[in-house]
Ligand binder design. Structure first.
Ligand SMILES: [Zn+2]
Length: 304
């Protein structure tokens, strides 16, 4: 049944062969790292998982080449999060895609940067602005392991439906992955329960779900890592950081630390790398989240 569907898709796009056809396994295309990790855990040896965003590439506003668009069209399933990458949102087909954001309760997107854009660049770059305003929720759902556990379970059901012959395998691996993520959630919950500070000053607002889950407060300098913060936003964040006695401004490896360093020196704080996991870490999702926990415990003065 799946082979028939793949053959039809291949004919429709004029492509003659796909990786999936070559291995006989359904091809699952993941938009970027955390979804790749999740798809590999749930897909196991039954699925062939590829990723659209290469390691070391910042995924926001990724542009897709013709081959990648063809891969998405030919895949049995594309796993993505609507609102992170408009080109992926445009390429996916509703009946052959899984939007992880639909699996969980989302939080509203931050608004400060949009206001700044309206004031300072009125009339300019309306198209760019529209891209960022594409969804009304914060799309960084993977930084809450408890939400990602829910996504794992629903992805298992979705893969089982796409490849019924291996349904039990997908469901079993999804349950195992969800259990791992629930355990990680408990580690973070305990590790962040007793901290001197609760304020996270971050380079871009990726950590809203982590903050929501563990009762921290995120103050992001920008919403999108490719956007320059306005001077007004910078001084607003500096004021807040001073009044809350923030000791650390968090940077991330794929974004220039310059803005965070300037802010840190203004308020007498240090910088530390907190990984938003938008690209493949040196370990995997779980080990990178444990590293994030250690970084947070040091920066926020947690005693647990
Ligand atoms: Zn982001």
């Amino acid at each position: 049944m799946l082979a028939a569907a793949l053959a039809t898709a291949a004919c429709g796009s004029g492509s003659t062969q796909t990786t999936a056809a070559a291995t006989g396994k359904p091809e699952v295309v993941a938009a970027f790292y955390p979804l790749q990790w999740l798809s590999e855990q749930v897909g196991g040896s039954d699925a062939q998982v590829t990723v659209l965003t290469a390691p070391g590439v910042e995924p926001h506003d990724l542009e897709l080449g013709i081959k990648q668009v063809t891969d998405v069209k030919n895949a049995a399933l594309t796993v993505y999060i609507k609102g992170i990458q408009p080109a992926v949102d445009d390429a996916v087909e509703p009946d052959k895609s899984f939007d992880a954001a639909t699996a969980v309760t989302t939080l509203p997107a931050g608004e400060h940067e949009e206001h700044a854009e309206h004031e300072e660049h009125a009339g300019e770059s309306e198209e760019e602005h529209a891209e960022h305003a594409d969804v009304s929720y914060d799309p960084h759902i993977w930084l809450d392991p408890s939400r990602l556990a829910t996504v794992a379970t629903k992805l298992g059901e979705r893969m089982a439906a796409a490849d019924p012959a291996h349904a039990q395998g997908y469901r079993d691996r999804a349950a195992k992955t969800a259990a791992t993520l629930t355990g990680l959630d408990q580690e973070l919950s305990q590790g962040l329960s007793t901290c001197r500070s609760k304020t996270l000053v971050t380079a871009h607002e990726a950590f809203g779900y982590l903050a929501d889950r563990y009762k921290l407060k995120q103050v992001g300098i920008t919403l999108d890592p490719e956007m320059e913060p306005s001077p007004a936003r910078l001084s607003e964040v500096a004021k807040l950081a001073r009044s809350e006695g923030v000791t650390t401004v968090f940077t991330e490896s794929l974004v220039s630390p310059k803005v965070a360093e300037v802010l840190a020196s203004q308020v007498g704080a240090k910088t530390a790398v907190l990984d938003p996991l938008e690209s493949k870490p040196s370990g995997d999702y779980v080990s990178a989240m444990r590293d994030n926990l250690k970084t947070l415990q040091t920066a926020l003065g947690c005693t647990a």
